[in-house]
Design a protein around this ligand. Structure first.
Ligand code: E4P
Length: 220
């Protein structure tokens, strides 16, 4: 499963990218606001740092305006994936932009029916939002499983980009189902390293080591 980072924080992306953990980046208007940077400047900086797709989202509501904004964003770098919302106009923009050779990420997907339409409109990525479904007491993981089944039934090449990931469990369930990509905040990726037994074991080793009175590198 590919790891995308869901942030416009360049320092956070760099830390994970230097470890080889970053296969791509997703941004959205809220993340641009949080970063406090100009969308074109920060997106260009991210595209230069990361090899994989970098999603930049249009903000228009009409298809023709989304297409114009998408073409503009795509000029920033070759690895831009234009992000469009899953509305009827967004699907029109998806079709036009993908026919024009651009990667398109269709975002704000909350149902298998929406995901089916995005695949038919030629989306490169479909972004089902897990956490926001969980927030309203629906099961976001079920949505990933349903889309996987539908896409596999018909051989759609649209990649499932599991989004709105909040927990380690979300990541692991997506990997078990076979989501192609997951995108999460940097903190969730870092938390994949945590385990209470690792902490406990390390504390025990450190305590026993202190009792030996030894130092590594003392004799050589
Ligand atoms: C995906 O592309 C979105 O930017 C993101 O995953 C939304 O996550 P949120 O629901 O935590 O805001």
């Amino acid at each position: 499963m590919k790891f995308f980072v869901d942030t416009a924080d360049v320092d956070a992306i760099r830390e994970l990218n230097d470890l080889g953990m970053v296969d791509g980046v997703t941004t959205n208007p809220s993340l641009i606001l949080k970063a406090g940077r100009n969308i074109e400047e920060v997106t260009r900086e991210i595209c230069e740092m990361v090899d994989g797709p970098v999603s930049a989202e249009v903000v228009a509501e009409k298809a023709e305006d989304m297409i114009r904004e998408g073409k503009h964003l795509a000029k920033i770098a070759e690895n831009i994936a234009v992000k469009v919302p899953l509305t009827w106009d967004g699907l029109k923009a998806c079709k036009a932009l993908s026919d024009d050779g651009h990667m398109v990420n269709v975002t704000l997907c909350f149902s298998p029916a929406q995901a089916l339409l995005a695949a038919k409109a030629g989306a490169t990525f479909i972004s089902p939002f897990i956490g926001r479904l969980d927030d309203i007491h629906l099961d976001g993981i079920d949505l990933i499983a349903d889309i996987r089944e539908i896409y596999d039934n018909y051989g759609y090449e649209t990649q499932i980009l599991a989004a709105s990931i909040r927990t380690v469990n979300h990541v692991i369930e997506c990997a078990k189902i076979g989501a192609d990509v997951m995108t999460s905040p940097p903190a969730v990726i870092k938390s994949l390293a945590n385990h209470v037994l690792t902490d406990k074991g390390l504390a025990q080793f450190n305590s026993d080591w202190a009792k030996t009175g030894q130092t590594i590198g003392q004799k050589l």
